[in-house]
Design a binder for this molecule. Structure first.
Ligand SMILES: Cc1ncc(COP(=O)(O)O)c(C=O)c1O
Length: 400
């Protein structure tokens, strides 16, 4: 019998534990396992880096939710990305990356993988003509994020998959902003899905993790080999927290979407803002594609402030219920200034984000309270000129 998403989230990979019948998958806090004889580990469990039953349950659940054949859980989203890159690519290979992406992903390509010999081209992948021009016969991977962080651009996964496959390349989709509940890239033709499970999958801002899910079992096997050989695995406690988060993903995402729609509608009526970026707004350039490939439009909303950078920062500082902080996808609402915070590593690069941009991760609190907080935060603009801000954060040019 095939089950629906909500059922899979609670049951896939999570049979009652065979010894005690525990309904909740236990945290197997062990680095090693008793073997019945030399060369006869039980069910293949020999060492904690290579396999762990809590991690396996999370991996199987993620694979089921994405409609994939193999899931792999990592210590962070970036550990998952790095493992994927070094599994599929070799020095000298070419990849296409988006011109709007999480700053840390850009940093991985531009500052780490490039030194290792990877060649990359950035392109606006929501524009299929630009994508077709950037993909060459030597391209190994097309890497797309949709919706993007932080500009909420939407790329057409099915169309990019055909372009990539025609050139003999794989399509990788970072689907972190959508979560498996809102978007299933493998069913649209993508080869690999990437998640920072730190975000909606975990959902409670209490764990850092990452995942890869693939359709092709052979690629899954190769990735599993590298996961073990490179070692960036999710620990059992982290895997357990993420698995617990997945159980409520569907209900949380519905509420994130409800609240984000309310917030986007409120912001759209504010004359202080020059642009509200939310794929659920009919005027959003990616609205039609998002409506086709996503169940709903997600919990992330960005906006640009007419009065510029100082005003954008003043709004972030003035918010009370929206917590000023990095990350996203938790039950609590967050506000941030991408140029100074999450995307500081793109400063001076082709992926630099606008200084007047504010990003919201809309949580699942009362929508009335969230709108009231934004109203009072925007009030800082009429209360007089925002205070000048310090020139930067002390963390150095890479930010986070
Ligand atoms: C879209 C996206 N992908 C990947 C990552 C990296 O994930 P992690 O922070 O878990 O390493 C992030 C982190 O913010 C992200 O927003």
């Amino acid at each position: 019998m095939t089950h629906r998403f909500e059922t899979l989230a609670i049951h896939a990979g999570q049979e009652p534990e065979p010894v005690t019948g525990a309904v909740v998958t236990p945290i197997f806090a062990t680095s090693t396992y008793h073997q019945d004889a030399v060369g006869a580990p039980r069910q293949g469990y020999d060492y904690g880096r290579s396999a762990n039953p809590t991690r396996r349950a999370l991996e199987d659940c993620l694979a089921a939710l994405e409609g994939g054949r193999r899931g792999l859980a990592f210590a962070s989203g970036l550990a998952a990305e790095d493992t994927l890159l070094r599994t599929v690519c070799a020095p000298g290979d070419h990849v296409v990356i988006p011109d709007d992406a999480y700053g840390g992903t850009y940093r991985l390509f531009a500052r780490i993988a490039e030194r290792w010999g990877l060649r990359w081209t950035h392109a606006p992948l929501h524009d299929l003509d630009a994508a077709a021009t950037a993909i060459t016969s030597g391209t190994k991977l097309v890497w797309v994020e949709t919706p993007t962080n932080p500009l909420l651009r939407v790329a057409d996964i099915a169309a990019l998959a055909s372009l990539a496959h025609r050139a003999g390349a794989l399509l990788v989709v970072d689907s972190t902003f959508a979560s498996p509940y809102l978007q299933r890239p493998l069913t649209l033709g993508a080869d690999v899905v990437v998640h920072s499970t730190t975000k909606y999958c975990g959902g409670h801002s209490d764990v850092v993790g990452g995942a890869l899910v693939v359709r092709d079992p052979a690629l899954g096997e190769e990735l599993a080999y590298h996961q073990n050989a490179m070692g960036g695995v999710a620990g059992p406690f982290d895997a357990w927290l993420t698995l617990r988060g997945l159980k409520t993903l569907a209900v949380r995402m519905e509420r994130h979407c409800d609240n984000a729609e309310r917030v986007a509608a409120f912001l759209s009526a504010r004359s202080e803002l020059s642009e509200v970026l939310y794929p659920g707004l009919p005027g959003h350039p990616g609205h039609a594609v998002a409506a086709r490939q996503m169940r709903r439009f997600g919990g992330m909303v960005s906006f640009r402030v007419r009065a510029g950078e100082e005003a954008a920062i003043a709004i972030c500082n003035q918010a009370r219920l929206f917590t000023l902080g990095e990350s996203l996808g938790g039950v609590e609402s967050l506000i941030e200034h991408p140029a100074r915070m999450t995307h500081a590593s793109t400063a001076g690069s082709p992926l630099e984000v606008p200084a007047d941009l504010v990003r919201l991760s809309v949580g699942i609190e009362s929508a009335d309270d969230l709108v009231a907080d934004l109203e009072q935060a925007l009030g800082v603009l009429s209360a007089g000129r925002p205070r000048p801000v310090s020139p930067g954060r002390p963390a150095g040019p890479d930010g986070r």
